[in-house]
Write a protein that binds this ligand. Structure first.
Ligand code: FDA
Length: 310
């Protein structure tokens, strides 16, 4: 990490809202559903599928989940009425998982009901390790009733290969990602290469077992390894898809799409965009560097124009 980026990360808590907003424009579709649906439409026109995520996690009171569920149901209606190619991704803590798991189960069941009504698909995002087991259980319960429900496994967790065996028993639809939360060495691999190796083992195991796999990464090494496995197993395009975050790795995304692979873009939207953008920033401070440089360049241009009397 270079000096400027390091300084930016240290200063994150006091980053001006205007700067975060500029960063958010890259990673978040907007605050309103219509903006998110417009983004999905653009992605569809570029040959990408999408998954809509209503921003927000870790609610403090059970009553707060009502709005999130209503928003997901509106999103499912919007996808259907505009005939878009998109499913949805849901965080169970936004449905009250950490306050009351039973309430969360009921709220998730309402979302599954909406998904089923439209013949669509809902994936449960995976959050920090305190909720891994209960998230998998809720997935398994829902999967028994409806096939259009998917799970996420995180390659940094030591337990994930066992969870993959469990998922394979259900022929589950699994997204594999590296994992974004900070977890202790006791339960999580810490080294870049061991996380990569576990990632590839998970993808290989799940594909070999006939699971549909969402290969969620922007890491070219992992994409290359996954492509080698897909070729070795002679898998048809319908057996897997690549997945990437909105605003990240555009070039790799275009390469995969033009080579004929399915690719789904994760499209977050909603009022909680600030927290999400800060997380993306901490994850990749190089982006902050570009944004700051961009901002300065813009300021300089504006000043130059003012001096020229424009
Ligand atoms: P890595 O972090 O090594 O990135 C590879 C390269 O991609 C970087 O060198 C950089 O060029 C680029 N890049 C990566 N992140 C970037 C960023 N934020 N901004 C700009 N460039 C960036 N995690 C989780 O714990 N639970 C979940 O449910 C999900 N869900 C999910 C869905 C989808 C579709 C994706 C793509 C990712 C997730 N994640 C997640 C996040 C995931 O765990 C991981 O933190 C990020 O994808 C970054 O890991 P990479 O595999 O991309 O590798």
């Amino acid at each position: 990490m270079n000096l400027l980026n390091r300084a930016i990360v240290a200063a994150l808590p006091v980053v001006p809202r205007r700067l975060v907003e500029r960063i958010a424009q890259r990673y978040v579709a907007g605050e309103a559903l219509e903006q998110a649906l417009d983004t999905v439409q653009t992605l569809n026109a570029e040959g990408c599928k999408a998954t809509l995520d209503v921003l927000g996690e870790d609610v403090a009171r059970s009553e707060e989940t009502e709005r999130t569920v209503a928003e997901y149901l509106r999103a499912l209606d919007g996808i259907a009425s505009r005939r878009l190619d998109s499913n949805i991704s849901v965080k169970l803590t936004a449905l009250g998982l950490k306050i009351d798991p039973e309430h969360c189960r009921r709220e998730f069941a309402r979302i599954v009901g909406g998904t089923q009504h439209h013949g669509n698909f809902v994936r449960i995002d995976m959050e920090d390790s305190s909720v891994t087991e209960v998230t998998i259980r809720i997935f398994e319960e829902a999967r028994e009733r409806y096939a259009g429900v998917g799970l996420v496994l995180q390659a940094y967790l030591r337990r994930s290969l066992d969870d993959a065996r469990r998922a394979a028993g259900l022929r589950a639809n699994v997204r594999v990602c590296k994992g974004i939360y900070v977890e202790p060495a006791l339960i999580a691999f810490q080294g870049r290469e061991e996380i990569r190796d576990n990632y590839s083992s998970l993808v290989d195991r799940l594909l070999e077992e006939g699971c549909f796999v969402g290969i969620a990464t922007h890491d070219p090494v992992l994409v290359r390894r996954a492509l080698a496995t897909i070729a070795r197993l002679r898998l048809p395009r319908e057996a897997y898809e690549f997945q990437m975050l909105l605003g990240v790795a555009g070039e790799l995304r275009r390469q995969l799409v033009s080579a004929g692979h399915r690719l789904r873009v994760y499209v977050p939207y909603g009022e909680a965009w600030e927290t999400y953008s800060m997380r993306r920033l901490k994850e990749n401070p190089a982006i902050a560097g570009h944004v700051v440089k961009g901002l300065f360049r813009r300021e300089l241009r504006l000043r130059g124009r003012r001096l020229q009397g424009e």
